[in-house]
Design a protein around this ligand. Structure first.
Ligand code: NDP
Length: 285
């Protein structure tokens, strides 16, 4: 392996320590702590794990953490009522509805019901719009984590050819916007992109969020490129990324492994957004 690893846990730990240090002063000033409320509907095992991790991390950092577990058969109205209650709760600064929701519930009205100033996932159209025009917003957590990993290695994006594979609303599109804002020349690829390998080979920076195990091969990568693998795919009881690590790590200059890459950044950036909301509420920014 010639590539240097971008280790998510290391970057995340540094950011989390910064939060703990900053919070001491903020709590001394306000007598309050940031509050994060997570709503989870049903028993999806992966969602349960994500929510437990969010709860654990909030508590570790000294936040107030609430998890509202609603039954699978909850109605849309009951869920919206819960969101409204949390919107009005002064001790809650961030609200997150764990996705996916059961089929009988429409996701959009639920996300739209969260007050934009408490939308720490950054999925509300007001925050999405602000992100697009470069105004202050909550940056979606995984894309924000990708940017922090690039900052960690002092990667100067100006003028670089950045290729993002995947165009989802939660990863690909916001990553592309953030890279563009930092003056990269951005190409966004998706399932209809032709000659994907060739497009990837031109990239100085390759961010991959596709959800297909080891789809990006080593010979799709420009020698020395920076590769951020967002993919998390369970294969034979193990987690693998969207990039074939074995071959890609021989060619890339830097690469984020899976596991041990982007994963831990997502929850960390959720905490960053919750802290930001708390600071705004008490006019500490
Ligand atoms: P989505 O399924 O929403 O989007 C996948 C994207 O990949 C789509 O834009 C799709 O194109 C594109 N795609 C699919 N197949 C191909 C192909 N053969 N060639 C090129 N593009 C293709 O996934 P997400 O963005 O939600 O997640 C992507 C991955 O990232 C998953 O593995 C997920 O688990 C992981 N993830 C990790 C997180 C973390 O914390 N580390 C957080 C969120 C996601 P099209 O639009 O044309 O359909």
């Amino acid at each position: 392996m010639s590539a240097r690893l971008i280790k998510g846990p290391e970057v995340a730990a540094k950011i989390r320590q910064g939060i703990v240090d900053e919070l001491k002063g903020l709590t001394a000033k306000t007598g309050k702590v940031p509050g994060l409320a997570v709503i989870i509907v049903g028993e999806n095992p992966a969602s349960q794990t994500y929510v437990r991790n969010k709860e654990r991390t909030s508590k570790k950092l000294g936040f107030h953490s609430e998890v509202h577990r609603l039954p699978e058969n909850v109605t849309q109205e009951e869920l919206l009522e819960m969101v409204n209650r949390l919107n009005m709760d002064d001790d809650i600064h961030g609200i997150l509805v764990q996705l996916p929701l059961p089929k009988h519930i429409e996701e959009e009205p639920v996300i739209h019901a969260i007050l934009p100033e408490k939308d720490v996932d950054g999925f509300h159209p007001v925050n999405v719009g602000n992100l697009l025009i470069g105004a202050e917003s909550y940056i979606p957590c995984t894309p924000h984590g990708v940017i922090k990993m690039l900052e960690h290695i002092d990667y100067d994006l100006k003028g670089k050819n950045a290729t993002v594979v995947g165009r989802s609303n939660i990863v690909g599109k916001p990553v592309a916007i953030l890279l563009l804002e930092r003056h990269a020349t951005v190409t966004v690829c998706h399932s209809r992109t032709q000659n994907l390998a060739e497009v990837c080979r031109r990239a100085d920076l390759l961010v991959v969020a596709v959800g297909r195990p080891e789809m990006i091969k080593g010979d799709w990568i420009k020698p020395g490129a920076v590769v951020i693998d967002v993919g998390i795919n369970p294969v034979d009881g193990k987690l693998v990324g969207d990039v074939e690590f074995e071959t890609a790590s021989k060619v890339a200059g830097y690469i984020s492994p899976v596991p041990g890459g982007v994963g831990p950044m997502t929850i960390t950036m959720l905490m960053v957004n919750t802290l930001q909301s708390f600071k705004k509420k008490y006019k500490l920014v």
